[in-house]
Design a protein around this ligand. Structure first.
Ligand code: S3P
Length: 173
């Protein structure tokens, strides 16, 4: 049985909020790749993008994911762009189940506006979210062991879905 669970999905789908509760529920430690990057560099993600650019951020992300993927029994909340570099998924899959949280563009925009976190790549308009989502969708699809559409679910219900899938699907046990 794989010991890690990695949450992937577009910005604002609730990976961190779901991840914290799911970690408790599954008895795993919660780790958040963006949080660790910010902690290690002493900079916010927005500042890294601003001062060093996206390529530098992706390199930091690859390094953190490498480290986390080598650990065990963790619930890993990944940044939305983690799927853009295949090496991240290859590493996460070695000892992890990959769970894709999805949501409609409308819900993503609403959640992003509500949580107000500074996200350098989050488009402020629905049409742009749609465009970026459709570009990213094949990457999420390819990476995921299974998906949960979170659009109409609260955090507790999302956690329950994931827990049930992890417990009942023979592939993960
Ligand atoms: C990104 C998503 C962000 C963060 C960075 C880039 C992306 O994480 O890693 O701003 O490319 O989708 P969240 O998905 O946690 O917002």
């Amino acid at each position: 049985m794989k010991s890690n669970v990695a949450l992937i999905g577009f910005m604002g789908v609730g990976k961190s909020a779901v991840g914290r509760i799911l970690a408790d529920d599954l008895g795993k430690s919660f780790v958040d790749s963006d949080y660790l990057i910010a902690q290690r560099t002493g900079k916010t993600i927005a500042r890294i993008f601003q001062e060093e650019g996206e390529i530098a951020f992706r390199e930091l992300e690859i390094g953190i994911i490498k480290e986390l993927a080598a650990g065990a029994n963790q619930l890993i909340a990944c940044g939305g762009g983690v799927v853009l570099n295949k090496i991240n998924l290859d590493r996460l899959k070695l000892d992890g189940v990959i769970v894709w949280l999805t949501a409609t563009p409308e819900v993503i925009l609403k959640r992003a506006l509500a949580d107000g976190t500074g996200r350098p790549l989050m488009p402020p308009k629905l049409a742009e979210i749609r465009r970026l989502l459709s570009l990213r969708k094949p990457y999420y699809e390819r990476a995921a062991d299974f998906a949960v559409d979170t659009s109409d679910l609260d955090i507790e219900a999302i956690v329950k879905r994931i827990r049930n899938e992890l417990r009942t699907n023979a592939d993960f046990n």
